[in-house]
Design a protein around this ligand. Structure first.
Ligand code: PRP
Length: 176
């Protein structure tokens, strides 16, 4: 099945350029480069494009997380499967997410990075399913707000398929 296009490659490129400009402005006068933390796996395509749209120095790191029953349990247990290499102490951290859905993953990460001593924690997400939020967690920079669609492409998968697509597509219609 070929996903139908929801957000085109061109539309993504335009938004990523704008997000890169906004982040550049935000950290232009920072004493130390911000640390961009890509949330694996889905964030890898967005991160790769985003860093090239930023014209101030940045550092990058990667974290792997897996969530258990985020859709069904209110606790939304999140487990770190691959940890960061950088220390967080005193850093301005920018979490780079492909999509925020219930917000449980993000809430866990923001809390964890604050506990580890980050000076500031901001969030940039390409896609925001705001209507699905179960915890209130601020997303500072949003690419596109979308409804409750099952989206794939541009890093996002369905059972590990479709991550390579250059656009964001929809596999099926609303499913509740
Ligand atoms: C997605 C996304 C976020 C999380 C958001 O990752 O990248 O990390 O889900 O969901 P939440 O707001 O409900 O917590 P996913 O679990 O699909 O893993 P993947 O990126 O490795 O595909």
């Amino acid at each position: 099945m070929r996903p139908s296009e929801l957000i085109s490659e061109n539309a993504i490129a335009e938004r990523v350029a704008a997000l890169g400009a906004a982040l550049s402005a935000e950290y232009r006068d920072a004493a130390r480069p911000p640390l961009l933390v890509c949330v694996l796996k889905g964030g890898f395509v967005f991160l790769a494009d985003l860093v090239r749209a930023i014209d101030v120095e940045v550092e990058v790191d990667f974290i792997g997380v897996s969530s258990y029953g985020a859709a069904t349990s209110s606790s939304g247990e999140v487990r770190v499967t691959k940890d960061l290499e950088h220390a967080m102490e005193g850093r301005d951290v920018v979490i780079v997410e492909d999509i925020v859905d219930t917000g449980l993953t993000l809430a866990f990460l923001v809390d964890s990075f604050r506990r580890r001593g980050a000076r500031s924690v901001r969030v940039v997400a390409l896609l925001d399913k705001r209507g699905r939020r179960r915890v209130d967690v601020p997303v500072d920079f949003v690419g596109f707000e979308i409804g409750n669609r099952f989206v794939v492409g541009y890093g996002l998968d369905a059972d590990e398929r479709y991550r390579h697509l250059p656009y964001v597509g929809v596999l099926e219609e609303d499913h509740g």
